[in-house]
Design a protein around this ligand. Structure first.
Ligand SMILES: [Zn+2]
Length: 563
């Protein structure tokens, strides 16, 4: 404990010595290069949170799954908006791995009283993806297997029953449907950060009603179905089971779709280096307002803002091409990278927008920049806690420093200075579109929010989405993207300073938190590469940049790039 407090005192003292302003929120707020400030000024009032919210509301009507009508309607809605604004765009398609799916009815009720326990009308996402239709309304015994361990099935007649349990839906499916012939399952399994297991520990009344949507395997042999249920619905079923056998009526009507997976690409062409690109991606699929209606709406609003700022001559057209993609998470990014190898080669930086609209007062958590992998993704650092999402394996050999993290953080902090927005970062964890670009060797980061106590739940609806939060993210991403596409020599020199200061601050911080030699070496390497990456930033001649980079590397005591 003492060591930690000492480390904090040293870190703050170091920040002060380096002349980094530390605002009330405790976040240092370095000045941003002039070109970034210019873009920020032109964009700060032009990202329309209400327009983003309209996209969220539209998409919220549907459980979007690649190939299904709601997914395609969402693509079309954004395309029509771009079209109306005169923004060049195209829809491309690829053959998906799975099938599209949607459902019209998914109702479970007590057979005797008709009391409805689960339905589409009530919760929209309680039926699991890949559930097959029942042959009309069917009648079946309800069997509770509790936690769903092997012993919980003993002595129970599972064949032909609807099985209720708290195990993961896939596990229940395997045990009850595949092994024992149940007609379907109802699972209450849920991530611990959504709600605790014990109702006595609930902190919010809606924890009785929240559940996480899910999927069951696509299985033509059993043609069965799965449901996810809230604790309130499960408690009601268990209550009835206490007084003897219970029968339920089940009515499932679902549809599978074999159409292609579509993605939408819009571009603002670069005027100097059009073959070089900054790419921004948001994913259409999933049912949530925040995940990821908000990322799609934010991306839409920020394209419009850039277009308007350029049309009003508040901002020149970008030097490099800005590319915006809406598609099926990861698969759409992979498809674009594969379909356009020449364009993919020219991608300089990538931003993933996923869950960018959380109203943090309602959902918990904060805005987060999930950094391009740096040494904090390899070694746990006290200053860089992971989120409840969890760390993923990153090897030190995979690291390659760039200016992206520090430039985007500084631009987000610029926005924070004006709006009081809370900006935090987390080490790379992966899982969304940025992972695909990272795997293609492109510096990529994720703008998101976590923990969100409605993540992947029936309650991730527009009332949890904030237009102001989407405007904050939209302004920050648009500013960063335009700047990275349009930086002048002067901007590159200012970026050398910004990244050099960040290098010094990081090394001081790591010293204060007693990093070992291996970690210090990795940071020196990473920031050496980050400073070198500034050599590629300018769209000008860049003649003065190499000397500045060398000076900054010497001053920060970081390394030359690996050969
Ligand atoms: Zn998402």
């Amino acid at each position: 404990m003492r060591a930690l407090i000492r480390a904090l005192i040293v870190a703050v003292a170091t920040a002060a010595a380096l002349g980094i302003q530390v605002p009330a929120s405790g976040q240092p707020s370095p000045p941003i290069p002039q070109g970034a400030e210019r873009a920020y000024t032109a964009l700060k009032d032009r990202v329309d949170g209400a327009a983003a919210m309209e996209v969220v509301r539209f998409m919220d009507q549907f459980w979007r799954i690649s190939g299904n009508p709601g997914f395609n309607a969402s693509i079309d809605r954004i395309r029509d908006g771009l079209q109306a604004a005169g923004i060049a765009n195209r829809v491309e398609a690829f053959t998906p791995r799975g099938r599209g799916w949607d459902y019209q009815a998914g109702t479970v009720s007590f057979a005797d009283t008709g009391e409805v326990l689960l339905s589409r009308e009530r919760d929209r996402v309680s039926l699991c993806i890949n559930s097959f239709s029942t042959p009309g309304e069917i009648d079946a015994p309800l069997v509770d297997v509790g936690a769903g361990a092997a012993a919980d099935y003993e002595g129970k007649n599972i064949k032909g029953a609807l099985v209720l349990g708290s195990a993961a839906v896939g596990q229940l499916w395997q045990q009850a449907v595949k092994t024992r012939g149940a007609i379907g399952v109802i699972s209450t399994s849920i991530a611990p950060y959504i709600r605790p297991g014990e109702p006595a520990q609930f902190a919010f009344p809606d924890q009785w009603d929240v559940f996480q949507w899910g999927s069951v395997p696509y299985d033509e042999a059993v043609k069965a179905f799965g449901f996810k249920a809230s604790l309130r619905a499960a408690a009601r079923m268990r209550d009835r089971l206490k007084s003897g056998p219970v029968r339920v009526k089940v009515d499932v009507r679902s549809t599978f779709y074999d159409g292609p997976s579509r993605y939408l690409v819009a571009e603002i062409p670069g005027t100097v280096k059009p073959d070089e690109r900054i790419v921004m991606v948001a994913h259409i699929q999933e049912p949530g307002a925040n995940d990821d209606g908000s990322g799609c709406g934010t991306l839409y609003a920020l394209v419009l803002a850039l277009q308007k700022a350029i049309a009003a001559k508040a901002l020149p057209a970008p030097g490099r091409t800005l590319t915006f993609i809406w598609g099926d998470e990861n698969r759409g990014s992979r498809a674009w990278l594969t379909a356009h190898p020449e364009q993919a080669k020219g991608v300089q930086y990538m931003f993933s927008l996923d869950m960018t609209g959380e109203d943090v007062a309602k959902t918990g958590g904060t805005f987060l920049i999930e950094k391009q992998p740096d040494p904090s993704a390899v070694w746990p650092r006290p200053s860089d806690p992971h989120t409840a999402w969890g760390a993923s394996q990153v090897k030190v050999e995979e690291l390659k420093g760039s200016l992206l993290n520090d430039v985007h953080l500084a631009i987000c902090q610029r926005r924070a200075k004006d709006t009081g927005w809370v900006v935090k970062t987390n080490p790379y964890e992966g899982g969304s579109d940025h992972t695909e670009f990272k795997n293609a060797g492109i510096p990529a980061l994720l703008d998101w929010h976590f923990t969100d106590r409605y993540y992947h739940t029936n309650l991730d609806r527009p009332d949890k989405t904030s237009p102001a939060e989407m405007a904050n993210v939209g302004v920050a991403v648009a500013t960063s993207a335009w700047f990275l596409a349009s930086a002048t020599d002067a901007d590159a020199l200012a970026t050398v300073e910004l990244v050099g200061r960040a290098a010094e601050a990081r090394l001081a911080l790591e010293k204060a938190q007693s990093a070992n030699d291996q970690i210090m070496t990795a940071w020196r390497q990473w920031y050496g590469e980050a400073l070198d990456s500034v050599l590629r930033l300018t769209i000008g001649s860049g003649t003065a940049v190499p000397a500045a980079v060398e000076r900054a590397k010497a001053q920060a005591g970081v390394r030359a790039a690996r050969p």
